[in-house]
Write a protein that binds this ligand. Structure first.
Ligand code: IMP
Ligand code: MG
Length: 332
């Protein structure tokens, strides 16, 4: 593996953070590039601590991993500085000079808009910030004195790393069903979330990608408004152990059983080469903490086999618990 793109297959919250943290430690990763913005929270459990990161790339768990935020991203300065302090990555994180800035006013506009409220946005201001960028009046990272020590050219660094055979991860946010282009419009986020868009935001061309790892949770969740096929009641979700609350906003997540049609669509649009199946232990509790395929119960194995058959690509990683290393790694 040289360059991997990691993308979400449903409505976000598939467990990308956990998979990234595992690969960061296991490979280990030399570079991890975050795309997207502060609306997304990637949850990582590491050494007994829980991190819900909106800005710092998930690869931070490996202490030698270079951390970058791509030109297509939107940076919340306060959030960035707080997370840099929390994760103690000051000496190994940089932002592309051309990343744009989310300001307080964008969040205020997001929260004040009845239209955006109706879509159930996170209220973090990402939509209004992107509007401003499209209007070409947005501030960029290079305009902000506090960010001066962190500026770099992400595209140049990452392409150079790929040419040298370093291990690089391009970290996507949300999932394909929240894509501005391919999702459940208008109940979507303000940008494309596909693997191609992740490459674009990082400044890496499609010929440089070796692997597109699609993260699918063993059941489906979404927060905010919009359609969710097969949606369960909150009571039923609680009964099944699938009830979750959002890492970023604390809102209830709606849930539904695994959806093969949506998964297939996600595989196609992302050009996925491998699947990471997360939270298998929430659907088959006997999987909890398993680290070999043999330990999984028969019905869980059948589920994995059916996914591989219908998607036509391997389920390479299986999540069996919250900690970074609770994974069945079938990559051989
Ligand atoms: P916005 O991205 O804050 O504008 O919100 C638009 C829609 O995307 C809403 O339904 C949000 O709940 C959803 N959304 C945005 N970011 C995330 C995420 O990281 N996880 C899950 N849903 C998200
Ligand atoms: Mg999340």
């Amino acid at each position: 593996m040289v360059c991997t793109v990691i993308a979400g297959g449903f409505w976000g919250d598939e467990g990308k953070g956990k998979i990234i943290s595992y690969l960061a430690l296991k490979e280990p990763l030399d570079f991890c590039v975050r795309t997207g913005s502060v609306n997304a929270a990637h949850t990582i459990w590491f050494k007994g601590n829980r991190y819900a990161l909106h800005m710092v790339p998930g690869g931070f768990v490996y202490e030698k991993c270079r951390l970058l935020i791509g030109a297509g991203s939107n940076v919340d300065i306060k959030q960035f500085l707080e997370e840099v302090e929390q994760t103690r990555v000051e000496d190994r994180i940089s932002i592309d000079s051309q990343a744009s800035i989310i300001e307080e006013k964008h969040s205020a506009q997001d929260k004040a808009s009845d239209h955006l409220k109706g879509l159930g946005t996170t209220g973090r201001g990402v939509g209004p910030a992107i509007e401003e960028r499209v209007r070409r009046t947005a501030k960029l990272a290079k305009d902000i004195p506090e960010l001066k020590p962190y500026l770099t050219d992400v595209s140049e660094e990452v392409n150079d790393a790929i040419d040298k055979g370093k291990k690089v991860m391009l970290e996507g946010t949300q999932g394909i069903m929240l894509s501005l282009f391919f999702g459940t419009y208008p109940y979507v986020t303000s940008r494309d979330t596909s693997a191609s868009a992740i490459c674009s935001e990082a400044g890496v061309g499609p010929t440089k990608i070796d692997n597109v790892l699609l993260v699918l949770k063993a059941f489906v969740t979404r927060v905010g408004t919009g359609p969710l096929p097969g949606e369960l009641s909150k009571e039923e979700a609680q009964k099944r152990g699938w009830f979750e609350t959002a890492a970023g906003t604390g809102r209830d997540r709606r849930s539904a059983p695994f959806n093969f049609e949506l998964a297939k669509k996600a595989v196609t649009i992302n050009g996925a080469t491998q699947i990471a199946l997360t939270k298998l232990d929430s659907v088959y509790p006997a999987c909890k903490g398993a680290r070999t395929y043999e330990e999984l119960p028969k019905d869980a194995k059948q589920f994995v086999t059916e996914i591989e058959k219908r998607m036509g690509i391997p389920v390479a990683l299986i999540g069996t618990g919250a900690e970074a290393l609770d994974i069945v790694d079938r990559r051989g």
